[in-house]
Design a protein. Structure first.
Length: 95
C-alpha cells in the first residue's frame, strides 16, 4: 500500500509543477494568485500522503492543517492588497 501512496505523491508533485508554471508565467495577477493557491492546496494533500507513507498521520495532519490555514490567509491578504491597489484585473497582457 505504501507504493500506491508513493506514486500518488509523485503524481501530485507533477500536477504541482503545472500549477507552478501558472504561478510564474500567468498573464495577470489573478492567475498568479490562483496558481499559488493551487500549489498550497496540493501541498496540504501531499503532506497527508507523506504522513501515510511514514505511518505518522497524526503528526502530518497537524502540519497540513496549519499550512492550509496559513495558505488561505496569505491568499486572502494578497488578493485584498491587489484589490485595494487596483492591480488585480488591470494588468496588460504580454506581447
Amino acid at each position: 500500500m505504501d507504493t500506491v501512496f508513493f506514486y500518488s505523491s509523485i503524481y501530485l508533485s507533477i500536477i504541482m509543477a503545472i500549477s507552478l508554471y501558472r504561478a510564474v508565467f500567468g498573464p495577470t495577477i489573478l492567475d498568479r494568485l490562483i496558481g499559488v493557491n493551487a500549489i498550497g492546496s496540493k501541498t496540504t494533500a501531499l503532506l497527508v500522503l507523506i504522513g501515510l507513507i511514514y505511518h505518522r498521520v497524526d503528526l502530518f495532519i497537524d502540519i497540513a492543517l496549519a499550512y492550509a490555514m496559513l495558505n488561505f490567509i496569505a491568499v486572502l491578504a494578497a488578493s485584498r492588497y491587489f484589490q485595494k491597489r487596483k492591480g488585480l484585473y488591470d494588468e496588460t497582457p504580454r506581447d
